[in-house]
Design a protein around this ligand. Structure first.
Ligand code: ADP
Ligand code: MG
Length: 613
């Protein structure tokens, strides 16, 4: 390779788009770019620190793991240098020329739609390195990766169309970012201004930061302080720092314990759920410390996966400092920590729900999915998580939600079941054939409308000793109620049932007259063990075979259609047969079990032709 050559590169389209938004519309708060670059420098130092544990022959091994910031008013520049991991030529292109994150594109679309005014949404999303271009005309990155034989390189860009990469003489390990400030952004070349910015959060950076050769931070372990000594603002700044976030934390949980383990934990629930923005699965954001020393910034298994939305720090003085990351993940200690903190956090949520139901319901709306995931995957926390569910029922007002515990209380101790229905919407469930029987008996039915709900409920057969029962099951025994309206006689009903059974043949498991229905002529009741419509849709989506289960067709002998059918059958068997087939289709359709709804159109037309004669 000709080393003198300057390589020209174009930005990936998404980067251009992002830069365009960053530069033209995003932040009123331009100073955050300093935080982004310092946090990148700290990340790079952390990476090289870990390399040092496992690799020999690291370039510049004598370099202090520190960040050096220099301001130059005359040149109108700000320089942020670290002795971190640095970047190779490939890494420069990969990290500073493309957006690797798959969800980012979708997010960008959303940003565009929402327009400039929506700094809130933007705040959920760190634009990281590119934020430098809010204040910079040009950014030069001088770098040498951690391997001795890596190249010395200079990356340079005006943040518009592309960037160049060229070889340089000899760089030190790490990255040096020279920010050539735009006109009007001179403030960032002033030492006092930078100092002020750094003071806000750099105390949380666990590597020394020097500003013009002067140390500005000392590691301030907020989590080791007692609650009374920390202000709301400090919590907020710390959250922004650890979570790389710009919103406010929704919940802050700060606790310490001495037994059974010495723990200091400071955990945050973010304002927004990033997974809701279609950014894909977020990474866990809780770091593990031992007496202020960072052990692992992304420890696996420290918390269950469904708590990945939490941000913050867990510090345990009981951790052995010299343990390897691999063996730590499987250690009994981590498992203990995991259990303990999960329990504590769920308790914390219970308290929040009690103290401020409105705020909790908002939390649940945004983060409930994670708790549901927990129900399906963490058996040992299932009951606690079940208690944290919020949902509408057949008796709640629009917009109101309730909990399983409250449901049980209203139902009374003697009732053994919690009835629920899963459907596409509350409306769909309320107009369907299953709810009326329960309404007529004043039995409350929980309503679930999230696509994951069926799966979640299937994995929770009980809550506090009460069975969770889907209200569309055939085996539910309900008390008799005074049925309104005249019914077919016993004999007439039996004759009709037997004729319908013959007519429908293989299409149904059986036909039954029942007292469950009130307004509807028929309902398709699912067999106990069969997957229901939501489950089948999911199985199909996952490419699995999902044979339609044979239902029990319950008929309502008080309903006009059924009564008329009994006499029609005597007069016009052809038409009566068509009506029966149609009724079966209607019931299956309402149950979400009709495979091919188009096919009934021909029959409807035939029926119309007959009755219009
Ligand atoms: P993020 O930090 O969220 O990954 P950024 O846009 O801030 O996103 O940075 C993009 C990538 O560029 C980083 O993931 C890292 O690989 C690389 N990078 C940025 N700054 C540095 C640095 N000072 N040293 C080494 N690599 C860096
Ligand atoms: Mg970053």
């Amino acid at each position: 390779m000709a080393t003198q050559e300057v390589q020209q590169h174009g930005f990936q389209a998404e980067v251009k788009q992002l830069l365009d938004i960053v530069i033209h519309s995003l932040y009123t708060d331009k100073e955050i770019f300093v935080r982004e670059l310092v946090s990148n420098a700290a990340d790079a130092l952390e990476k090289v620190r870990l390399k040092q544990l496992t690799e020999n022959g690291i370039y510049g091994a004598d370099k202090e793991l520190a960040i050096h910031i220099t301001t130059d008013e005359e040149a109108n520049t700000l320089t942020i240098a670290d002795y971190g991991i640095g970047m190779t030529r490939e890494e420069l292109t990969e990290n500073l020329g493309t957006i690797a994150h798959s969800g980012t594109k979708a997010f960008l679309e959303q940003l565009k739609e929402k327009g400039d005014g929506n700094a809130d949404v933007i705040g959920q999303f760190g634009v990281g390195f590119y934020s430098a271009f809010m204040a910079a005309d040009t950014v030069d990155v001088y770098t040498h990766s951690w391997r001795e034989d890596a190249e010395s390189l200079k990356w340079s860009s005006d943040g518009a169309t592309g960037y160049t990469i060229e070889s340089t003489e000899s760089e030190e390990r790490g990255c040096k970012m020279v920010i050539h400030l735009k006109e009007g952004q001179e403030e960032f070349s002033k030492a006092d201004r930078i100092k002020e910015i750094l003071e806000k959060y750099s105390n949380f950076v666990s590597f020394p930061i020097h500003l013009n050769e002067e140390r500005v931070n000392n590691v301030d372990a907020l989590w080791l302080k007692s609650k009374g000594d920390v202000t709301e603002e400090q919590y907020e700044e710390f959250y922004k720092f650890v979570a790389h976030a710009w919103d406010k934390p929704r919940y802050t949980m700060h606790f310490s314990a001495d037994a059974p383990l010495a723990i200091n934990a400071l955990l945050f629930v973010p304002g927004e759920n990033q997974e809701q923005f279609g950014m894909g699965q977020i990474e866990s954001g809780v770091s593990l410390y031992c007496r202020k020393v960072l052990i692992d910034s992304k420890p696996e298994k420290l918390l269950p996966e469904w708590l990945r939305f939490l941000k913050g720090v867990i510090d345990s003085a009981d951790l052995p400092l010299n343990i390897s990351r691999e063996s730590m993940q499987d250690s009994a200690l981590i498992q203990k920590l995991n259990k303990l903190i999960t329990k504590r956090f769920l308790k914390f949520l219970e308290k929040q729900a009690k103290d401020d139901a409105k705020a909790y319901n908002e939390f649940f709306e945004k983060f409930g999915r994670f708790l549901k995931e927990g129900i399906a995957t963490s058996f040992e926390h299932q009951e606690q998580l079940g208690g944290l569910l919020r949902f509408a029922t057949s008796t709640t007002e629009a917009g109101e939600v309730t909990s399983l515990a409250d449901y049980i209380e209203r139902a009374g101790e003697q009732r053994e079941e919690i009835y629920y229905l899963v459907g596409a919407s509350r409306e769909a469930i309320e107009t369907g054939p299953y709810l009326e029987a329960f309404k007529a008996r004043d039995i409350e039915v929980a309503i679930f409308t999230d696509p994951v709900d069926q799966y979640v409920l299937d994995s929770m057969p009980e809550f506090k000793g009460k069975k969770l029962v889907s209200a569309d099951r055939a085996d539910i025994e309900l008390d008799d109620v005074e049925a309104e309206g005249e019914s077919l006689s016993q004999n007439e009903t039996e004759a009709l049932v037997s004729w319908m059974t013959d007519t429908l043949g293989e299409r149904v498991e059986k036909v039954e007259a029942g007292k469950r229905l009130v307004g509807s002529p028929v309902a398709a009741l699912a067999p106990k063990e069969a997957p229901n419509a939501q489950m089948m849709a999911m199985m199909k989506a996952m490419g699995q075979e999902a044979p339609t289960p044979k239902v029990t067709l319950e008929i309502n002998p008080r309903n006009e259609v059924i009564k008329n059918l009994a006499s029609l059958q005597q007069r016009d068997t052809d038409l009566a047969e068509m009506v029966v087939q149609q009724l079966a289709d209607n019931a299956l359709l309402a149950a979400g079990l009709l495979e091919n709804p188009q096919s009934m159109l021909t029959r409807i037309n035939d029926i119309l032709a007959k009755v219009a004669k």
